[in-house]
Design a protein around this ligand. Structure first.
Ligand code: NAD
Length: 486
């Protein structure tokens, strides 16, 4: 079995660890490699290497740093099929889903390529006699990123391009469950001309994370993952004086009005709730049918679920692949059981008719009669389970959605501008969809989770990302001279 290597200073580094895990293809159970969990030496070496690389990289003209982004973008484009296949192989999502992920990742590289325009500072000449004031942005130093399993290409690239183009050096600790795509992209970064040591990849689990959080030479930490870990990361790293952005879990509510276009709403809901096996932080997991909407929505959803093909992500006929691990399947099945015990009506049971494949498959599940006190309405399930609630009117539906501890995204399906406006103004979520199943902003906008879906001040992507990875410096200058006004 292949032992996966760290990449530090542009070279593969053999891990020295006492704990290991396997990277597994969830569609087949095949072991793809062995990953170290606790190589403390590697993290220390990566910080030393990134620290040494920082000065020269920060001094590299920003236009030159942006050119590396252009080149990397070109290489991603050339290798987009390989990257997508890698995502499907280690994560399980369908190839079209993985291909879309790569395209969304490339948008962040495009954002970074425009850094010379975006990083321009501000100048006010003549704030006093002979005095000018200028605001410039400078890099922070060594920064680190810790990523989840579910977007192996996109989430690391939410962080790396904006951090590097701003002049920082970077240490990536990818998910121990899906590190292969990040390793593949390290080769492309090198080919794009990134100097050794500017970007380093350290494999690991919790102990690597704890080392990052407490290392005095790491100035900022970007995290994406589950809510309890996001909160832990934020508290621990902030207490160490680090800048932190920590994106956590979610429970995304979708409100269906009686005037919604039902066939298109069902398409959007199916993709949102069951695409990528529900393992998305933007997955719609609770649908609230307003008034008579349920009469047409429920039968149409049940029919769509029955047509939904579950199978390996590389199989062109699959609409949905496996979940990431057998333990995830058990956890999700546990939530389904809990829903039944708490009184929800199980309309479609994803545990039935197991897929005849060795992988970790579940079919879509649909509950009706869900109330806000039930566990399946409150907790993130992170699997292909959709819970249906009912509300008499839009105000009541928004109240139900706003009771959630999370605030990543919410969507309304309606043909009424007035309903959409009411929803936009009153829903407590950072990313709001109107007839959009997965309201993921393009990378020129920030990824604005609210409530327990985000800890920090500056979000990922958009101008927020460039602000997060830079320090502001205000320079006030006066030049003495005979011809200056007194
Ligand atoms: P996770 O929290 O288990 O792991 C994320 C990272 O944290 C991994 O690199 C892992 O090694 C590390 N980690 C795990 N447990 C830790 C611990 N106790 N202490 C320190 N580090 C730890 O998340 P996951 O299962 O890989 O990813 C799924 C989660 O990520 C879901 O909750 C999903 O909603 C969330 N997510 C959120 C967003 C967003 O934008 N808000 C995007 C993608 C995923």
């Amino acid at each position: 079995m292949e032992t996966l290597m760290h990449v530090i200073g542009g070279r593969p580094v053999t891990p020295q660890a006492s704990q290991w895990d396997n990277v597994v293809n969830p569609a087949s159970g095949e072991i793809l490699g062995r990953v170290p969990l606790d190589d403390a030496q590697a993290l220390s070496l990566a910080v030393e290497t990134a620290s040494a690389a920082f000065g020269p990289w920060a001094d590299t003209p920003v236009l030159q740093r942006a050119r590396v982004m252009f080149k990397f973008h070109e290489l991603m484009d050339r290798h987009r099929n390989d990257i997508a296949r890698s995502v499907t192989t280690e994560h399980g999502k369908t190839l079209p889903d993985a291909t879309l992920e790569v395209a969304r990742a490339m948008e962040v590289v495009e954002l970074a390529a425009s850094a010379p325009s975006l990083l321009k500072g501000e100048v006010l000449a003549g704030v006093s006699r002979g005095v000018d004031t200028m605001l410039i942005r400078t890099p922070l130093g060594v920064v680190a990123g810790i990523t989840p399993f579910n977007f192996p290409a996109m989430v690391p690239l939410w962080m790396i391009p904006p951090a590097l183009v701003s002049g920082n050096t970077f240490i990536l600790k990818p998910s121990e469950r899906t590190p292969l795509t990040s390793l593949l992209m390290m080769d492309l970064w090198a080919e794009a001309g990134l100097p050794p040591g500017v970007l380093n990849l350290v494999l690991g689990g919790r102990s690597a994370v704890d080392q990052i959080l407490t290392h005095p030479d790491i100035k900022a930490v970007s995290f994406v993952g589950s809510q309890p870990v996001a909160e832990y990361i934020y508290r621990t790293a902030a207490a160490q004086g680090k800048r932190v952005q920590a994106l956590g879990g979610a429970k995304n509510y979708h409100i269906i009005m009686p005037d919604a276009h039902i066939p298109k709403t069902v398409d959007a809901l199916m993709g949102s709730a069951f695409g990528s096996a529900g393992e998305r932080c933007l997955a719609g997991s609770v649908a609230i049918a307003v008034g008579s909407a349920a009469d047409t929505l429920v039968p149409a959803l049940r029919e769509a679920i029955r047509q939904w093909q579950v199978g390996p992500g590389l199989d062109a006929s699959s609409d949905m692949g496996p979940v990431i691990r057998p333990e995830s399947r058990e956890r999700i099945a546990g939530y389904i059981q809990k829903g039944v015990e708490e009184g929800a009506v199980l309309l479609e049971d994803g545990r039935q008719n197991p897929v005849e494949q060795p992988g970790f498959f579940l079919r879509p599940t649909l509950f009706d009669g869900v109330s806000s006190s039930m566990t399946i309405a409150r907790e993130e399930i992170f699997g292909p389970v959709l819970s249906l609630m009912r509300a008499p009117d839009l105000t009541g539906a928004v109240k139900l959605a706003n009771a959630s501890q999370f605030g990543n995204t919410a969507t309304i399906y309606t043909e009424s501008g007035a309903s959409a406006r009411y929803f936009r103004d009153h829903i407590e979520a950072g990313m709001v969809g109107v007839n959009i199943g997965v309201p993921a902003p393009v990378a020129i906008f920030p990824f604005t989770g609210w409530k327990h879906s985000f800890y920090g001040d500056l979000h990922a992507t958009g101008m927020d990302a460039l602000r997060f990875y830079t320090e502001e410096k205000v320079v006030i200058s006066r030049w003495w001279g005979d011809n200056q006004p007194e």
